[in-house]
Design a protein around this ligand. Structure first.
Ligand code: FAD
Length: 461
């Protein structure tokens, strides 16, 4: 523990307390330290946070405090956007060492696993030590497109790709296999297909089947993942790319998710007006063709770069849609029009920081376990550095369920997701995390308050 629970330790912690709680409050806390008696009964959430190491807790408290204040978040977001979109070497985090260090200190170290395999493996190990049942690790390379530019793309009709384009696919495969080296059986590899470069991008935009070279590479990545007892998912992208990516993901599931195996997951973004129909299509195809439909359900991270009319008009509609899709899988309900088909072999991963959605889905699953009904394997995960109070609470609930002999190991696993790569490669990811925090100021305020409360608890007992 960083802080000793004694009055002597307080001199050392004044600067930190002042920083985290405001100067006046920090002084007041120190002055009255010996007189303070704990007045708050720790909530479940609070005691759950006791799992976090002091360093993570302090960084989380600091970052979430910044992110929960719109007047601080707005300029931070503007700076991040400038860095992400700039072509200047001065604003390239991999070329400018000062910028690199600054970003590492401010955001990178909080959200990312590291720049090397060694750092990545350490992050995986440290995360599991906290009690998580597994991790999801991705290789950071990606391409984010301007939506208008992407839709205006004209098919390159017959243009040949040079050796460099194929080398990029090879390098991307190498990055993904290196990622697998850091994982254990039961973990997930998160695959960003845009990282495979122009061949992949052009085919997705031009609505072409998977190019042969890319298909072979993805098959090899699937095989390698299977050999290690891991699973993989394809991250969801912007709508200019996603419809074709859905087709490719279904093709991979058809091939690799045989005999009840849930090796390959596609991602469905609940913020899209078409997402429920898309989920129904996935289920129907799986029921007709006999493969396992494995889905990671998220709300969607590209609201800033997306054609707005494709997304639900309100946050409430997105929330409702997300919960309905989750329930369709958990309750094993076939869509209208496919009721004559038997519910297929399926698996669901909930990628969310929304406590209401996570708790609703986990409760529905628990009720089915208790009623002895057939189950869809369910897991739930949050991104490293985000919603730690929810993750820790879900871990705590999981432990209670495991102790209940009627549930035991049928309680869904809780995982943490992160990426590795150079600071420059991770910038797009970091920018999206900042945007998400802007859209969830209320939750971020709640997380910041929970973190500060946990620091108070550790300092004053
Ligand atoms: C493990 C994991 C994996 C992920 N993988 C992906 C991925 O592959 N691709 C991807 O796109 N995202 C991914 N995400 C991010 C995800 O899509 C969300 O952006 C993020 O989780 C925030 O949503 P939430 O469910 O946590 O809940 P909340 O914070 O409650 O919801 C915020 C989300 O609601 C939606 N929203 C906000 N305002 C509005 C509005 N006015 N109208 C309609 N909708 C609105 C947006 O999707 C926004 O991100 C992942 C998240 C996790 C935890």
């Amino acid at each position: 523990m960083l802080f000793q629970n004694t009055v002597h330790g307080h001199q050392k912690v004044l600067p930190l307390i002042s920083h985290l709680f405001g100067l006046q409050q920090g002084r007041r806390l120190l002055t009255h330290a010996s007189a303070i008696k704990p007045t708050r009964v720790p909530t479940d959430e609070q005691t759950a946070l006791s799992k976090l190491p002091a360093k993570t807790l302090l960084r989380s408290a600091l970052l979430t405090t910044v992110m929960s204040k719109p007047w601080l978040l707005r300029p931070s977001l503007a700076i991040m956007e400038l860095v992400v979109n700039s072509k200047s070497a001065l604003l390239n985090a991999d070329k400018n060492p000062v910028l690199n260090r600054l970003l590492r200190w401010a955001v990178y170290n909080h959200f990312c696993a590291g720049t090397t395999c060694k750092e990545g493996s350490d992050a995986v190990r440290d995360t599991k030590k906290l009690g998580y049942h597994g991790v999801i690790l991705g290789y950071a390379r990606e391409v984010v497109l301007d939506p208008i530019e992407a839709l205006d793309h004209i098919p390159s009709d017959g243009a040949k790709y040079g050796p460099k384009h194929y080398e990029i696919i090879d390098e991307w495969k190498k990055g993904n296999v290196e990622t697998l080296d850091m994982l254990d059986a039961g973990d997930f590899l998160a695959v960003k297909v845009t990282g495979a470069g122009q061949i992949a991008l052009d085919a997705m935009q031009d609505k072409q089947p998977m190019p042969e070279y890319l298909e072979r590479t993805l098959d090899e990545i699937c095989e390698e993942t299977k050999k290690r007892g891991c699973r993989l998912w394809l991250d969801a992208e912007q709508q200019a790319l996603q419809p074709m990516l859905d087709e490719w993901a279904i093709a991979l599931m058809r091939k690799h998710n045989r005999g009840g195996q849930n090796l390959m997951y596609n991602t469905i973004q609940g913020y899209l007006k078409g997402s429920k129909a898309n989920a129904e299509r996935h289920l129907t195809l799986a029921a007709q063709e006999g493969f396992t439909v494995a889905v990671k359900l998220v709300r969607g991270a590209y609201i800033e770069n997306e054609i707005r009319s494709l997304i639900h008009d309100t946050k409430e509609e997105t929330d409702r849609c997300y919960d309905e899709i989750a329930d369709m899988f958990i309750s094993r309900r076939m869509p209208e029009g496919a009721k004559h088909l038997e519910f297929p072999s399926a698996a669901l991963f909930l990628g969310t920081h929304n406590a209401a959605s996570a708790e609703k889905a986990l409760e529905a699953h628990k009720q089915r376990v208790l009623a002895g009904l057939p189950l869809t394997p369910l897991e739930c995960g949050q991104i490293l550095g985000m919603a730690d109070e929810l993750s820790c609470k879900l871990l705590q609930d999981h432990d209670k369920c495991v102790a209940d002999s009627r549930i035991g190991d049928k309680s869904p696993r809780i995982l943490k997701a992160f990426i590795w790569g150079s600071v420059g490669e991770c910038m797009g990811y970091l920018y999206r995390r900042t945007v998400e925090n802007r859209g969830a100021v209320e939750r971020t305020q709640h997380m910041a308050a929970a973190m500060r409360e946990e620091i108070r608890r550790r300092v004053f007992g």
